[in-house]
Ligand binder design. Sequence first.
Ligand code: PMT
Length: 219
Amino acid sequence: NIEKTLEGKTVLITAGPTYEAIDPVRFIGNHSSGKMGFSLAEEASKRGAKVILISGPSSQKINDKNVTLHKVTSAKEMLSKVFEFYDKIDIGIASAAVADYAPKEVAKEKIKKNDDNLTIELIKNPDILKTMGEKKTHQFLVGFALETQNEEENAKGKLEKKNLDMIVLNSLRDEGAGFKNDTNKIRIFTKTEKKEFDLKSKDDVAKDILDFVESQLLK
Ligand code: PMT
């Protein structure tokens, strides 16, 4: 029996990778499976929240009457889906691995193998979470930071720059953390606090994250 600690709250979660089309058959993507975000959605729902889950391409499944799944492909689609709901949410958690760059132009036909070199020009994608931070009124915002070096410094930088209330750091230097695995190892930062956790299943990591969010909401 789980206490309905998030009853009456609406939680928006981004999950999975984004795919940025190069031509009709190819894309730029990354290794995110969506597991971390789907675990968060399930746990928030168990705690009584209404959950809006916005996911890039992922084979994760969810069957939960309190979770509405919106599937998107690119960063731009994810951004516009988030802002369909942004005004009405209480908590936003950005666990998606959004592509930072997308091809400037999408080729209409399959690119042929002609020359030895092929250059694809990329342009910066919108930063979804940063935009959420800029438009924040009452929402409690949680970001993720996926790092490979200078982890804490980079995570704290993102907390500040994106106007977040809390950031969850996972480092690819920690074995079993980050992409694809069923496990993760996290550190949580707010402007004044830091908490470090052991390697756990993503379901248990989701519990730790939501416990921490709840403790902050009570302050
Ligand atoms: O899906 P899994 O296989 O379970 O893996 C989980 C995960 C490793 C993808 C997840 O735990 C994680 O770390 N997600 C964030 C990955 C990431 O892109 O981190 P970042 O440090 O590049 O981005 C910082 C934050 O800004 C993130 O909250 C990200 O969602 C957000 N962002 C980044 C770029 C962008 N254009 N828009 C964004 O909203």
